[in-house]
Design a binder for this molecule. Structure first.
Ligand code: RB5
Length: 148
């Protein structure tokens, strides 16, 4: 059974969302697009919260969010328990966010990465496992400040 990846954006991330969704499908993932359906102006939190809620409840293991800087989406997503949303603007940061921080949401700053860069960041994030070990203890300590 292929892994299902949730994806959502605001208007600034819409175009790259459509491209990364196609990329995910071509890599063999199932994708659930939580919107928006066009590049009309929307508020990022309206799309970050539903995706993060589903990750938090375990409906899906991983998701991808996109907005202009990646910041608004990450602020909103990280308010949900067990969500570790990482803004990544290089493949190395994306890989480290998995390896060291066990990120379960990748957040892309769509106004600051090109299409090929976006695909490379996504691929690095998808393919990198959590290293565990000493990082396990550090990640567990994040939940001490669980907001829920
Ligand atoms: C929208 O103009 C922009 O503010 C949004 O995409 C994002 O960058 C917010 O953090």
């Amino acid at each position: 059974m292929p892994e299902t990846i949730l994806i959502a954006s605001d208007h600034a991330g819409f175009e790259l969302k459509e491209k990364l969704e196609a990329e995910l499908r071509s890599l063999g993932y199932r994708v659930q697009d939580l919107g928006p359906a066009s590049d009309a102006s929307v508020d990022y939190a309206d799309f970050a919260h539903p995706l993060a809620e589903r990750i938090s409840h375990g409906d899906a293991a991983r998701g991808v969010l996109l907005c202009g800087t990646g910041l608004g989406m990450s602020y909103a997503a990280n308010r949900h328990a067990h969500v570790r949303a990482a803004v990544a603007w290089t493949p190395e940061i994306a890989a480290l966010s998995r390896e060291h921080n066990d990120s379960n949401v990748l957040v892309l700053p769509a106004r600051f990465v090109g299409d090929d860069e976006g695909r490379a960041i996504l691929k690095a994030w998808l393919d990198t496992p959590f290293a565990g070990g000493r990082h396990e203890r550090r990640v567990e300590k994040i939940e001490i400040a669980d907001p829920s």
